[in-house]
Design a protein around this ligand. Structure first.
Ligand code: GSH
Length: 194
């Protein structure tokens, strides 16, 4: 299986961590999002990463769907409970973490696109949303103490914020949790880089 990805993408990081934890080999194909490959544009109508291409050529996206696909490939370690309340709890955490990634990307990109005249109220509102999410996560760290896709998604989001918005880093107990979780080899191998 091939994973079209970038080393920066937090959504792709989540997928890569899932694959590493489950011992699933992915051929990583680094995409240039400023000059998308024909392969990416043919595989995914929106040209987004991550996109997974199966051996038979079928493409799978987006990251939540890829994570579910990979999780069902083997039982080495289960990251998404198979059914019931526990399953929806994990998926809800993932949804929140994915939106946190999107908020961070939007805040970062606004400054990249308009370095001289970025929309300061927009950036401030996005950064305030990140702080609010930090408080929410810190108050529920017990829900992230058992390994699943939930902490993987949350840590991938925080890792991206630390990478792109270093003035909005997590503090206190949340920082401690993040630093500890980041010691997992799957996390250490997927630290975002340009
Ligand atoms: N909902 C998608 C979001 C993926 C996404 O937005 N990826 C970004 C990179 S981090 C991307 O491909 N951007 C390029 C573009 O939108 O043209 C997922 O979870 O996979």
């Amino acid at each position: 299986m091939q994973l079209l990805y970038t080393k920066r993408s937090p959504y792709a990081r989540k997928v890569r961590v899932v694959a590493l934890e489950k011992g699933i080999h992915l051929d990583l194909i680094d995409e240039d999002l400023q000059d998308k490959s024909k392969r990416l544009l043919e595989a995914n109508p929106l040209g987004k990463v991550p996109t997974l291409i199966l051996g038979n050529g079928e493409a799978i996206y987006d990251s939540p769907v890829i994570c579910q696909y990979l999780d069902e490939l083997n039982d080495k370690i289960i990251l998404i409970h198979k059914s019931g309340q526990a399953r929806y709890k994990v998926l809800k955490w993932e949804a929140m973490a994915d939106d946190l990634m999107t908020i961070a990307i939007n805040a970062y990109m606004e400054k990249v696109r308009h370095p001289q005249d970025f929309h300061a109220p927009f950036v401030s509102s996005q950064e305030a949303a990140i702080q609010k999410a930090y408080q929410f996560i810190e108050s529920r760290l017990n829900e992230l103490s058992v390994f699943s896709l939930a902490p993987v998604a949350v840590a991938s989001a925080i890792g991206y914020i630390h990478f792109r918005l270093p003035h909005v880093v997590a503090q206190g107990k949340l920082a401690q949790w993040f630093n500890e979780f980041s010691k997992r080899p799957s996390m250490a191998q997927t630290i975002p880089t340009v």
